[in-house]
Design a protein around this ligand. Structure first.
Ligand code: HEM
Length: 581
């Protein structure tokens, strides 16, 4: 049995309190079925709303003028409502018997305090909770968190098992991605939407357009090498992000955005995506904030920052493209546009209903893909760059492995040939492990299945019955830091992925890799991401890394420090800075 609680040197040490709260939870299975945990609060809320409305009526009925007493009554009503809600959540709520701090169970503001006010640090608090309460803890009124790697396949089930996403999580991303597969809570709708584009992301389809990825990888190398003339250090994630955005836009939308063609090396969507991610703790609590944000006049929104302006222009470009394509499709005009391969063409030609083919939904799908597929891959390349430049023996070994199959580094072998190189593969998967992709907790809901958890905590066996409709998730940062699975977990050790013969891949470890998540909601872009990583890393190793040096950057600049949806290094970090000499 693997230990459920990892020790990570950057995660605060546990509170050593030898007690188990909770234990077996008889009674959970008898609990009413709910389709979404955010509805778990509904029936007491109905009662409380009635009390609240009565108080309002009392407040306004004697006279319509707003007196101090009326205001007092209103505030009193609101406070009583909140107290009732909190009391219900810690007493009769279906998750009331699950272990965890009472405050976390009583209010979402506990989570907000750590993620919103203390900047993405709830994960550190969650580690302490696991230390104190066990492998499954209640982290907010309607959500459990699990830290047992043995439970991955149950939470992130595939096959026929139904897994919803919670609307609490999904609504935080706002209306711009509504309708995308990423932001679809219901299992059945998600399955239909995903089936319409699955083929588009298959290995076979990607192989057909591989030359485009080779071309963009070479352009990236040319741009990086051209920085030599400037002699200035630069942050390397920016050009990587230009590359990944160009790949995703050309692969998925039929036209490359052309960021790599820009003179500037730092013109990217990163700033806007990070700004959106930093807003998540707030929009999770108050999703209505989007009514304000999304209705800002374009001129005002653009004046907020150049990053936001770049993002608005980018999204507008996609929206116009989708509109034009849909018009061509509906009127059967402009066949040249329709001949162009893109995810939109596949969606328009799929047997999805017309309501699934609106410009709004298709643009939302595009926004979801950009959000999910650009920063993740760019960050993995940055993490790989840091560790490879920091460890010359790794660069040497990679070069030795690549040279026999590469005659001209500007014309690389195919992805499938590169995939056969064991050490290159080991380096890439180790980079994926330590870059985390989505570093936040990702909950799934089994809508009509009671999940049984069996494990141990402090030497005692425990069994828990997780009621249908409960959101339960894991955080890959903790699983990837589990020393039982990945000894010396915070070190970049590609060899851990190879057997003693140095060439055979340790596939047994792959089931603990959660960077792409698992099961029915696993990253749809996993093949595209790996294709980008293999081709680009090979090109970088042979062309760019030899003259590239780290500039005042170290391991701490890529280490997980806080959860801003993606992994964020310590606040003082200036990113992965390099110089070409
Ligand atoms: C290293 C690169 C990448 C990593 C680590 C990564 C990671 C992830 C993870 C963890 C999820 C699950 C999110 C959740 O449960 O809420 C996800 C979903 C998704 N990813 Fe990726 N991703 C990467 C690259 C890409 C690329 C290149 C694309 C597309 C071009 C992409 C498109 C998507 C989409 C559309 C989803 C939603 C899938 C669904 O809900 O069915 N990702 N990704």
């Amino acid at each position: 049995m693997l230990a459920a609680i990892p020790m990570h040197k950057h995660i605060p040490q546990p509170i050593k309190t030898p007690r188990i709260r909770g234990g077996p939870f008889p009674g959970c299975e008898t609990i009413k079925r709910f389709s979404d945990p955010t509805t778990l609060d509904l029936y007491p809320i109905t009662l409380q709303i009635l009390i609240f409305l009565t108080l309002i009526m009392m407040a306004i009925s004697p006279s319509t003028t707003l007196t101090l007493a009326n205001v007092g009554l209103l505030i009193g009503g609101f406070v009583i409502y909140q107290i009732f809600k909190a009391l219900y959540r810690v007493t009769f709520h279906p998750l009331a018997k699950f272990p965890g701090p009472k405050l976390a169970a009583a209010t979402y503001k506990y989570e907000f305090y750590y993620d919103g006010i203390k900047g993405g640090s709830y994960i550190h608090q969650i580690v302490k909770m696991h230390e104190e309460y066990g492998p499954i803890v209640r982290i907010n009124p309607n959500e459990l968190h699990c830290n047992d790697p043995n439970y991955i396949d149950t939470i992130y089930a595939g096959g026929g098992a139904k897994r919803d996403k919670s609307s609490y999580f999904v609504h935080a991303f706002g209306p711009s991605v509504t309708g995308s597969i990423f932001a679809t809570p219901k299992h059945e709708i998600h399955r239909r939407r995903r089936a319409a584009v699955n083929r588009f992301f298959s290995k076979a389809t990607i192989t057909k357009v591989e030359p485009k990825i080779h071309d963009l990888a070479q352009r990236l190398c040319n741009k990086l090498l051209a920085q030599k003339a400037k002699g200035q250090p630069f942050e390397v994630t920016d050009p990587y992000s230009q590359f990944t955005t160009d790949v995703v836009s050309s692969y998925c939308f039929g036209q490359s955005h052309g960021f790599l063609e820009e003179e500037r090396i730092d013109l990217t969507l990163r700033g806007a995506l990070h700004a959106g991610c930093s807003m998540l703790p707030v929009s999770k609590q108050w999703p209505k904030i989007f009514l304000l944000v999304d209705n800002l006049p374009e001129r005002v929104a653009k004046s907020v920052s150049p990053d936001v302006a770049t993002h608005i222009d980018f999204t507008k470009g996609i929206e116009n493209h989708v509109r034009e394509l849909k018009h061509s499709h509906d009127t059967e005009k402009n066949s040249a546009l329709l001949d162009q391969r893109s995810i939109f063409r596949d969606l328009l030609e799929s047997d999805l209903t017309e309501s699934e083919k609106t410009v709004h939904r298709l643009t939302g799908e595009a926004a979801g893909i950009i959000g999910a597929g650009t920063e993740t891959t760019a960050w993995t390349l940055a993490v790989l760059t840091l560790h490879i430049l920091n460890n010359p023996h790794i660069l040497e070994k990679l070069t030795r492995e690549l040279k026999p199959i590469v005659t001209d580094p500007t014309h690389l072998p195919s992805w499938s040939d590169l995939e056969k190189l064991p050490y290159l593969g080991a380096v890439i998967i180790e980079g994926v492990r330590l870059s985390y992709g989505v570093a936040t907790r990702l909950a799934r809901i089994a809508p009509d299945e009671t999940l049984i958890y069996q494990g141990t905590f402090k030497g005692e066996s425990i069994e828990m019955k997780i009621p249908p409709g409960t959101a339960i998730g894991m955080t890959n940062v903790l699983i990837h830091a589990n020393e039982d699975i990945f000894p010396r977990a915070d070190e970049f050790l590609p060899e851990r992925w190879l057997k003693d013969d140095g060439v055979t891949r340790r596939t047994d470890l792959e089931r603990y890799m959660l960077s792409f998540s698992r099961g029915s909601r696993q990253c749809i872009g996993i093949n595209l991401a790996y294709c980008e990583l293999y081709i680009t890393l090979a090109a970088l190793v042979l062309r760019v890394f030899p003259p590239m040096k780290l500039f005042e950057s170290g391991v701490e600049d890529v280490e997980f420090y806080r959860d801003v949806f993606v992994s964020m290094a310590k606040p003082s970090s200036k990113g992965v800075r390099v110089v070409i000499s």
